[in-house]
Design a protein around this ligand. Structure first.
Ligand SMILES: [Zn+2]
Length: 202
């Protein structure tokens, strides 16, 4: 589920649509949580779909740490990639505003955290555009992303959190335990799906 202060807007035929903030969203705000209505397909369930459906799933899903394809039931699936995003997926599974987002600004995140099965060329236009977004980005850039997340994570209890009530109990407990100091920070490295270690769980 995406933050309620957002709306879907058509951009152009090449990019399609994007998600835009309708209100000020402060740094440290949860902008996406995996709620109980999200579509969650195991790799085997994915393979049961025909080629046409797989292309749709590939376009709108992200792959979580279990290798499952997650498709949002709401407009969260239309968030576009940027190499300098204003939100980032965290090791806790939710996405976080890593800086203040102004009304009218497009909400973006970095697809490099989504366990990509293949890379893609990027022309996001940001000064630090990586030009190619690759499956190995999640291993190569995890420290860089963690450094972006940590200063925003300390704001979590200081800003309004309309999505907090939709978060699953495990993630909620983990983030509470991090904030009260009883658990260490959970790096984005936890998002990495490691095929060989997890195949027996499919
Ligand atoms: Zn880029």
């Amino acid at each position: 589920m995406i933050h309620p202060d957002t709306s879907l807007k058509f951009l152009n035929p090449l990019i399609g649509s994007g998600i835009f903030a309708t209100q000020f969203i402060p740094k440290g705000t949860l902008t996406y949580v995996k709620d109980s209505l999200e579509i969650d397909l195991s790799p085997n369930q994915y393979l049961l779909n025909n080629e046409v459906m797989r292309q749709i799933i590939d376009k709108y899903s992200y792959i979580n740490e279990k290798g499952h394809y997650i498709i949002s039931w709401d407009q969260a699936k239309h968030i576009n990639h940027s190499c300098e995003p204003n939100t980032i997926s965290t090791g806790y599974g939710f996405e976080l505003a890593i800086r203040d987002i102004q009304p009218g600004e497009e909400i973006t995140d970095d697809y490099g955290l989504f366990n990509l099965e293949q890379g893609f060329s990027c022309a996001c236009g940001s000064p630090s555009c990586r030009k190619k977004i690759l499956p190995e980005d999640l291993d190569m850039l995890q420290d860089y992303w963690d450094k972006k997340i940590l200063p925003a994570l300390i704001n979590i209890s200081r800003v309004p959190q309309p999505l907090m009530k939709f978060m699953d109990e495990t993630s909620l407990r983990e983030i509470e335990d991090y904030l009260n100091g009883s658990l260490p920070y959970k790096s984005v490295s936890h998002l990495r799906f490691r095929k060989n270690e997890k195949m027996h769980e499919l």
